[in-house]
Design a protein. Structure first.
Lengths: 238, 241
């Protein structure tokens, strides 16, 4: 479980996250809201790119905000980015293996972790390929394989489905649904593909102007009048 | 009416032809949906039409005037505005300066009216006109990128992943904007991950697969027959009208 209390982030005069209190305890939790609502800032606060002015984040008993970002990564926090961060000049294997480097695994353990991640992500045939040769979806899957390899505890995905066709999103859906069984990690998912959120997220939290306006079972959240008005754009019949 | 004609266009990246012998025509006032799996060549096509990627052979012309090999600036001046995938804004500059930069060829009065129109389409940006573009959220930056295309008063907009990173509410609003732009005489090439949305709006649809069209024709037919779309995505020629 991730227990978040009083999380507050402001950039100058702009309040990006306004005293968020929430307990996240589903295998996959959706994070949705209008553009600029604070979704990415929320992930950035957890990962360490943004230092909140106040608040506590206790993930599976560890107080994350007390750790520097690299220690959070070593603890088992992983993330992907809106614009995928794959390094063109090195192989797919090196792109993925880089997160294992600080963990001090034996050669055998490392090999086992990599093989499993490649298989899970459907990238086995591309292991030695140079990342520059990959298409957009393979690049996205490379980044996601980097998120799941080894023994992560919390995986945060920032719009992994953006820009992909329905067939590709459906592969992504199977991948995300499989994470909990693959390595036991909890996933936080930001995406604007409502169908993807509905089908993979057990629970969903909704941000609007930095305020948590809903957190509940995904279906209940999608039926919430306020969420429909500010996010889905469905007007209630008068 | 203006026509942007593409004839036998081939675009090579590295050693591979990413667009191969492609021919089609865009007309002002019409929405053309371009679908296809990743790696099919959609983004390369937009970049080639915008002059940002060199084409190997073929012809690109606007009302008979050749744009083949023309600079991106000349193409934009001629009235073809591309919105490449992934927002590439001037991150250190304000929202308003980003919009003004896209209207470099307009008079001060025209620019004022064009920027005001963008704020009408995206009221979210009006309150942030002085904000540094790079400090905004991904979705807000996409709004600015689209705003840049609108500001340049184009005859054609080539939008690569128009709804990328935008909330459903904004996507719905944006599609009404696309309809409005088309009704006002702008020709639109729409690349869109939400195929249902794109097909519901388009006058014509193409499916690109491995650099060639595997479907060209009625968008309604693709909507009604999802298996046709599926086949076309796999690169098998479904029906080329």
């Amino acid at each position: 479980m991730i227990d978040i209390s009083d999380l507050y982030v402001a950039f100058g005069g702009l309040t990006a996250l306004n005293r968020i209190n929430v307990k996240l305890d589903a295998p996959v939790v959706g994070v949705i809201g209008p553009n600029g609502a604070g979704k990415t800032t929320f992930l950035n606060s957890l990962s360490g790119f943004v230092r909140p002015q106040s608040g506590r984040v206790v993930a599976f008993g560890t107080s994350l905000l007390d750790l520097p970002p690299h220690r959070r990564a070593r603890w088992g926090l992983r993330r992907s980015f809106q614009k995928e961060q794959v390094v063109d000049e090195i192989s797919v294997e090196d792109n993925i293996g880089v997160v294992l480097d600080p963990l001090g695994l034996s050669r055998g353990e490392r090999e086992k972790a990599l093989t499993a991640a490649f298989e899970f992500a459907g990238l086995s045939g591309l292991r030695k390929a140079k990342a520059a040769e990959l298409n957009a979806f393979e690049r996205r899957m490379t980044e996601l394989a980097r998120c799941v390899v080894g023994a992560p505890r919390v995986i945060m995905l920032d719009e992994p489905g953006a820009g992909f066709s329905q067939g590709e999103v459906s592969r992504l859906r199977d991948f995300i649904l499989g994470i909990a069984a693959f390595n036991g990690a909890m996933t936080l998912l930001i995406d604007h593909d409502v169908d993807l959120i509905r089908t993979v997220c057990v629970n969903t939290m909704v941000l609007d102007f930095g305020i948590l306006i809903a957190h509940d079972a995904t279906e209940a959240v999608m039926a919430d009048a306020r969420v429909r008005a500010v996010y889905l754009g469905v007007e209630e019949a008068a | 009416m203006s026509r942007l004609e593409v004839k036998n266009l081939t675009v090579r990246r590295g050693t591979k032809n990413v667009i191969e012998d492609l021919s089609f025509t865009l007309e002002t006032g019409r929405v053309t949906a371009l679908l296809g799996p990743n790696g099919a060549g959609k983004s390369s096509l937009v970049l080639a039409l915008a002059g940002a990627l060199a084409s190997q052979s073929g012809e690109i012309s606007l009302d008979g005037q050749s744009l083949f090999g023309a600079s991106p600036e000349l193409i934009r001046r001629a009235g073809v505005a591309a919105v490449p995938e992934g927002h590439r804004l001037l991150a250190g500059m304000s929202v308003e300066d980003n919009l003004a930069a896209a209207g470099f060829h307009l008079s001060k009065k025209q620019l004022g009216a064009a920027v005001a129109e963008v704020y009408e389409i995206f009221p979210e940006l009006a309150g942030r006109r002085d904000q540094r573009a790079g400090s905004m959220s991904g979705g807000q930056q996409q709004m600015v990128a689209l705003g840049q295309a609108v500001v340049s008063r184009p005859r054609f907009i080539l939008a690569d992943e128009m709804s990328l990173g935008l909330a459903p509410l904004i996507v719905t609003r944006l599609m009404r904007v696309v309809e409005r732009l088309a009704a006002s005489g702008v020709g639109i090439l729409l690349i869109e991950q939400f195929t249902g949305v794109a097909l519901g709006l388009a006058d014509e649809a193409f499916v690109l697969s491995r650099g060639r069209f595997s479907y060209g024709g009625s968008p309604r037919k693709l909507l009604a027959q999802p298996e046709l779309l599926h086949t076309a995505y796999l690169g098998e020629t479904a029906a080329v009208a």
